[in-house]
Design a binder for this molecule. Structure first.
Ligand code: HDE
Length: 728
C-alpha cells in the first residue's frame, strides 16, 4: 500500500458516530436520528413521504421508498478502500442524475412558462361553436410558454430574435394550443424549407458558434437566397425582436385559421394577443449590456411581476373575414409571409389572458409542456396554409422524441383538464390505463362496460372544404410577391424605428464575412426601400452598389402605411409595470426618496434602490435604508428610468467609480428619463451628461417634484435625444 500522505489522512472517513463528511451536514439533525418506526406516511399513491412523528421534516428515501441513513458517503470496503457494487442507493442516485436531461427543443429551446386563465368577454356562438367562446365571463385555465427561437436552453434572454408565444387553453372540450410568435409573419412559405432555415440560423456546424445570434454568414446566406423571407426580416431587424419584457409584446397565431359555428358556417380568423401594458422594446446597445448584466432578464421580469401580484395580461383579438374578403385581398390569406393590416380588418377584442401563477417545478411544467399546432377543438379548424399543414406533422413528432414516447399527454401539464376517455393503452411510462375489459371499439359490451363511444353531435368535425388538383411540388403564383409587404412594414415605422432597422441590418451584415452575401442582401433591400438599401450599403462601405435583385413580382408602392405596425405610434403613455432604479448613497434625502417611491408605486411602477453597498445607506435623517442592488449588480440597463439621489459626499465618492458613471451615462445614451438631486450635478457632469441637460433630465428640488417626474416617464424614452447620443 502506498505511503499515506497528509492529504489522504485528512480525507479519511470520520468515525460513523461523528459528522458524516459533509462539513455543512449536522449529524444531530432529525433526519439522521430518526428510525423508520417513528415515521408516518404523509401522502397517498405516488407521493409518499415518511415523516417523523410529530415533526414536519420528511426522511430522505430512495426512489423505492427505502429510508436513507447516509447520503454523504458511498459504501466502501475499508476506510480508504474500493466502492461496493451493492451500494444501491449510490447507483440509483447517480443513474437518475445521469438521465436528468431530455433533448432540448431544436428551436425555441429557451423558454419560460406560467399558468393563468383566459376569460371570455362575450359569447361568440354566432361565429364558432368552440366551447370556450360560448359563455361570457367564463374562465378557462391556461398555460403560456414564451421563448426565443435560435438559442440553446441556456442562452441569454435578449438575443435579437423572434419570441415564441405558445398558449395552451385547457377548454371543456379538450386542449387548444395556439402556438404563435410575437411577429405575425414567418421566414418561409413551405415547411420543406424549415430544417434548412433553422440550420442556417443556429450555430454553424464546424465552429459551433455563434450562439443565439443571426449575425453570421450562414443565416444571411440562406435569407439572401430566399427572398420570401424579406418581410419577416424587416420585423426581426426591428425593435420587435428585442422586447423590453415578455409582458410588453404582442402575440400572433400567424396562420389564417377557421372558426366554425353550430350551423357549419366557416369564418376565417387570425389570432392576436395584445399586451395590456403596451408594446415596448429596448435599444440594441442596451440589449447587449442586459445580456451581460442579467442573462435571465426576461424570466426574472415575469417571475417578479407574478410574485408581486402585478399579473401580466393580454387581450385576445380576432381578425375575422370571409371568402369575399379573402378573394379581394391583395395577397393570399394562406401565405404565412403576409399579414392583413389591422386598418383593413380591425381586431375584435374577445377576451383576456392573465398569468397569475408560476410553475411549481420548471422541468415538470415549462420543459415538459408539449404544444402541438394540431391540438384544436370543435369550432376551430385549419386552413391550407402550407406551413401550418407541415407544422401539424412536426409538433407531434418532435414531442414524441423529446418526451420519450407517445404518453406525453399523461404528464399533468399536457393532460386535458376536462374528462377524457381514449382506448389508447400501453407504451413507455403509461400512467393512465384503461380499466376493465374494453380496449377496442366497436364492441358489443353495452352501457358503461362498453367504454367510451363516438359522438357525431359534439365530436370534432372537419370543415368540409373541397380539395382537388394535380399532385405537384409547387409554390402558388399567389405567393410570389416578396417585397410589397416588407416595404409596407418599413414605411409604416416612425423615422426612429426606421433608423433602428437600418442600424440592425448594418450591424448584422457587418458580422457577415463574405462580401457577396452582404451585397446580395442589399440587392434585396433595394426592392424594399432605396434609402434603406443605400444607408445600409454606406454603413457597410459596400462599393459599388449591387444590382437590384430580380423580383418575381415588382414591389407595390401603392400600399398605404399601416400605423398599427409601429411600436412608437401605439405607445402606452404610461409608466405602469415599468421599473425605476434609484441610485442612493449615505446622506440621501429621506423625504425626497420616500416621495419618489410613493409617486412611482402609485403609478403602478416598481422602485429598486441601488447603492455602493447592498447592505444599504444611512439617510440624512439617520434612518437606515436597505438597498436592492450593489451598483455593478444593478446597472441602469435593467431599469426603465433612473433617479440619482446622492448626497454631496456620495457624489464625490461615486465620481471615481466607473460603474456609477456608467449607470448614468448608459441611462442617458439609452434615452431614459433621469431625475437627480442637486448634489448629483457633479456626478452627472463626470458621466458626460451635458450641462444644458435636456427635457429628459429632471432636477428634483423637493418631494413635490416627484409626481411630475412620473408623468414625464410615461413617454418611456426621450427619442428626441437620439441624435445627440448617436445611440441606437
Ligand atoms: Fe415551430 N416548432 N415550426 N413555429 N414553434 C417547434 O416544437 C416547426 C413555426 C413555434 O414553447 C418545435 O416542441 C415547423 C411558426 C413555437 O414549446 C417543432 C415549422 C411559428 C414553438 C417546430 C414551424 C412557430 C415552436 C420544436 C414550419 C409561429 C415553441 C420543439 C413549418 C406561428 C413551443 C417543439 C413551446 C416549436 C416545428 C414554424 C412557433 C420542431 C416544422 C410559423 C412558439 O416541432
Amino acid at each position: 500500500m502506498a505511503k499515506k500522505t497528509t492529504k489522504s489522512a485528512a480525507t479519511k472517513a470520520a468515525p460513523v458516530t461523528k459528522s458524516r463528511g459533509n462539513p455543512g451536514h449536522n449529524p444531530d439533525a432529525p433526519t439522521t436520528k430518526a428510525t423508520y418506526g417513528d415515521q408516518t406516511v404523509l401522502r397517498g399513491a405516488g407521493g409518499e413521504t415518511h415523516q417523523i412523528a410529530g415533526g414536519d421534516v420528511p426522511v430522505l428515501t430512495t426512489a423505492q421508498g427505502v429510508p436513507v441513513a447516509d447520503d454523504q458517503n458511498t459504501l466502501r470496503i475499508g476506510d480508504r478502500g474500493p466502492a461496493a457494487l451493492e451500494d444501491f442507493h449510490f447507483r440509483e442516485k447517480i443513474f437518475h442524475f445521469d438521465h436528468e436531461r431530455i433533448p432540448e427543443r431544436i428551436v425555441h429551446a429557451r423558454g419560460y412558462g406560467a399558468h393563468g386563465f383566459f376569460e371570455t368577454y362575450e359569447s361568440l356562438a354566432d361565429i364558432t361553436r368552440a366551447d370556450i367562446f360560448q359563455r361570457k365571463g367564463e374562465k378557462t385555465p391556461a398555460f403560456v410558454r414564451f421563448s426565443t427561437v435560435a438559442g440553446a436552453k441556456g442562452s441569454a434572454d435578449l438575443a435579437r430574435d423572434v419570441r415564441g408565444f405558445a398558449v395552451k387553453l385547457y377548454t371543456k372540450q379538450g386542449n387548444w394550443d395556439i402556438v404563435g410568435n410575437n411577429v405575425p409573419v414567418f421566414f418561409i412559405q413551405d415547411p420543406m424549407k424549415f430544417p434548412d432555415f433553422v440550420h442556417s440560423v443556429k450555430e454553424e456546424p464546424d465552429r459551433g458558434f455563434p450562439q443565439a445570434a443571426s449575425a453570421h454568414d450562414n443565416f444571411w446566406d440562406f435569407i439572401s437566397l430566399s427572398p420570401e423571407s424579406m418581410h419577416m426580416i424587416m420585423w426581426v431587424m426591428s425593435d420587435r425582436a428585442i422586447p423590453r419584457s415578455l409582458r410588453f409584446m404582442e402575440g400572433f397565431g400567424v396562420h389564417t385559421f377557421r372558426l366554425i359555428n353550430a350551423a357549419g358556417k366557416s369564418t376565417f380568423v387570425k389570432f392576436h394577443w395584445k399586451p395590456k401594458l403596451g408594446i415596448q422594446s429596448v435599444v440594441w446597445n442596451e440589449a447587449l449590456k442586459i445580456n451581460g448584466a442579467d442573462p435571465d432578464f426576461h424570466r426574472r421580469d415575469i417571475w417578479d411581476s407574478i410574485q408581486s401580484g402585478a399579473y401580466p395580461e393580454w387581450e385576445l383579438g380576432l381578425q375575422l373575414f370571409d371568402d369575399d374578403f379573402a378573394d379581394k385581398f391583395d395577397f393570399d390569406i394562406l401565405d404565412p409571409t403576409k399579414l392583413i393590416p389591422e386598418e383593413l380588418v380591425p381586431v375584435r377584442i374577445v377576451g383576456r389572458l392573465v398569468l397569475d401563477r408560476m410553475v411549481d417545478n420548471f422541468f415538470a411544467e415549462t420543459e415538459q409542456v408539449a404544444f402541438c399546432t394540431q391540438n384544436i377543438v370543435p369550432g376551430v379548424d385549419f386552413t391550407n396554409d402550407p406551413l401550418l399543414q407541415g407544422r401539424n406533422f412536426s409538433y407531434l413528432d418532435t414531442q414524441t422524441k423529446r418526451l420519450g414516447g407517445p404518453n406525453f399527454t399523461h404528464i399533468p401539464i399536457n393532460a386535458p383538464k376536462c374528462p377524457f376517455h381514449t382506448l389508447q393503452q400501453d407504451g413507455h411510462m403509461a400512467m393512465i390505463n384503461p380499466k376493465g375489459r374494453v380496449n377496442y371499439e366497436p364492441n358489443s359490451w353495452g352501457g358503461v362496460a362498453g367504454g367510451p363511444r363516438e359522438s357525431p353531435d359534439i365530436g370534432f368535425t372537419s370543415y368540409p372544404e373541397e380539395a382537388t388538383g394535380a399532385k405537384r411540388r409547387i409554390r402558388p403564383e399567389s405567393f410570389a410577391d416578396h417585397y410589397s409587404q416588407a416595404r409596407q412594414f418599413f414605411i409604416s415605422q416612425t423615422p426612429t424605428e426606421q433608423d433602428h432597422i437600418t442600424a440592425a441590418i448594418t450591424f448584422e451584415l457587418s458580422k457577415v464575412e463574405t462580401l457577396a452575401i452582404r451585397a446580395r442582401v442589399v440587392s434585396h433591400l433595394m426592392n424594399i426601400d432605396d434609402t434603406l438599401a443605400k444607408t445600409v450599403a454606406d454603413g457597410l462601405r459596400l462599393r459599388p452598389m449591387p444590382k437590384r435583385a430580380d423580383a418575381a413580382r415588382p414591389t407595390r408602392t401603392d400600399l398605404p402605411k399601416s400605423p398599427a405596425l409601429s411600436i412608437l405610434l401605439n405607445a402606452p403613455k404610461s409608466f405602469e409595470g415599468r421599473k425605476l432604479g434609484v441610485l442612493i448613497t449615505d446622506g440621501v434625502d429621506a423625504k425626497l426618496l420616500k416621495a419618489v417611491q410613493k409617486a412611482f408605486k402609485d403609478a403602478g411602477a416598481v422602485v429598486k434602490l441601488v447603492a455602493p453597498h447592498v447592505g444599504g445607506v444611512e439617510a440624512d435623517d439617520g434612518s437606515w435604508i436597505t438597498a436592492d442592488e450593489k451598483i455593478d449588480g444593478g446597472p441602469s440597463v435593467v431599469f426603465d428610468a433612473v433617479a440619482i439621489l446622492v448626497s454631496e459626499a456620495g457624489a464625490e465618492l461615486l465620481a471615481d467609480e466607473s460603474t456609477a458613471r456608467d449607470f448614468i451615462a448608459d441611462a442617458f445614451a439609452h434615452l431614459k428619463f433621469i431625475a437627480y438631486s442637486e448634489a448629483a450635478e457633479p456626478l452627472l457632469a463626470k458621466a458626460g451628461v451635458p450641462e444644458s441637460g435636456d427635457d429628459g433630465v429632471v432636477l428634483l428640488n423637493a418631494a413635490k417634484d416627484a409626481a411630475a417626474f412620473v408623468t414625464k416617464c410615461a413617454d418611456l424614452r426621450l427619442w428626441t435625444r437620439a441624435p445627440n447620443v448617436k445611440q441606437v
